[in-house]
Design a protein around this ligand. Sequence first.
Ligand SMILES: *Cc1c(COP(=O)(O)O)cnc(C)c1O
Length: 411
Amino acid sequence: MNDLAVNRQTFDEVMVPVFSPASFVPARGAGSRLWDTEGREYVDFTGGIAVTALGHSHPELVRVLHEQGEKLWHVSNAYTNEPVLRLAKRLEALTFADRAFFANSGAEANEAALKLARRVALERHGADKIEIISFTQSFHGRTLFTVSVGGQPKYAEGFGPVPAGITHLPYNDIEAARAAIGPKTCAVIVEPIQGEGGVLPADPAFLRALREACDAHGALLIFDEVQTGVGRTGHFYAYMDTGVTPDILTTAKSLGNGFPIGAMLTTKEIAAHFKVGVHGTTYGGNPLGAAIADKVVELVSDPALLEGVKQRSARLTAKLEAIGKRFELFKEVRGKGLLIGAELVTAYAGRAKDFVNAAAKHGVMLLIAGPDVLRFAPSLVIPESDIDEGLARLEKAIEEVTGATADAAAR
Ligand SMILES: *Cc1c(COP(=O)(O)O)cnc(C)c1O
């Protein structure tokens, strides 16, 4: 029998080393608090990377998990099921979309979107219209297609030939987009806020220019809302506050609050280019995931909850700005709703990870978005008292990191 005693060290012995997880091992969560295997408690500002929108072990979600778990988990897409049909109806009532395809992750939702865009262009315009335009620093997932479309070359290099017909442009550069989008453009894919790339919001005028250029050239506009979707910005989807409607929207992360599920939403006309057998998945839209996501969407789309996101955002942002002033630490605090980035001043450039590590020691979990940005993506229902407590702990961590630097500089 296996030795069942495991710890952080075990990771290095049994796992493919593509991650470098924190030194502690989370064991239990409730709301926005988390406990590790040693019983130490943390305030969670990461939300599992913008995933646990309703916090850990939300009672309503636990109830649905149990109820559906006792009924039916999986039947494959040779059959449909009631939870997935309800979820599709709910998402379509909330959005521009009237067709949905379910997958298990953000990357798979984007893979479906990109394949659909290529198929639409082929059938409507012919074999030359294959160019996909995306933006530098963007992130769309880790499959070979999505990593090639993503704007961080280091993620796509070293795996042999990548799919052809992909162009990267600078984000928020209207002139570059107008110049590049043309008759060969099949689709433009954009994050309304670049999450992994540094919490960089798109200019509404930039998104409008993309919409106009796509319309002028018969290209599809894809919004990757994997990180910004499901209430994250204080709107159910970020596009709703931009005045721009995409042709295809992808969503995942918060959609299942930690149960893996992603979706591609689109219109009936576009969806009609995917015929039976053209694309597929074994797990996507299974009744267990769909039942949970349906409850997540029901709870998060409540206007009172979305209003609460804006209030929490204002509190977190104001307090971060004050901390930034006090320690002369942040160049800028930016983002929207509860997707907030604090960019470090030049003196601390490249050291975001040091702050994250120090924060963990002081009992608060946060994320980076590149080497210079601290990222906050907590639960959308995080109590204000947890925001305050988490930031108090963060201040102690900042004192430690900046104090250490001052000492080193004095030496
Ligand atoms: C996280 C993320 C993805 C990838 O989602 P996975 O579930 O990890 O495949 C894609 N796009 C954006 C914008 C993301 O933030």
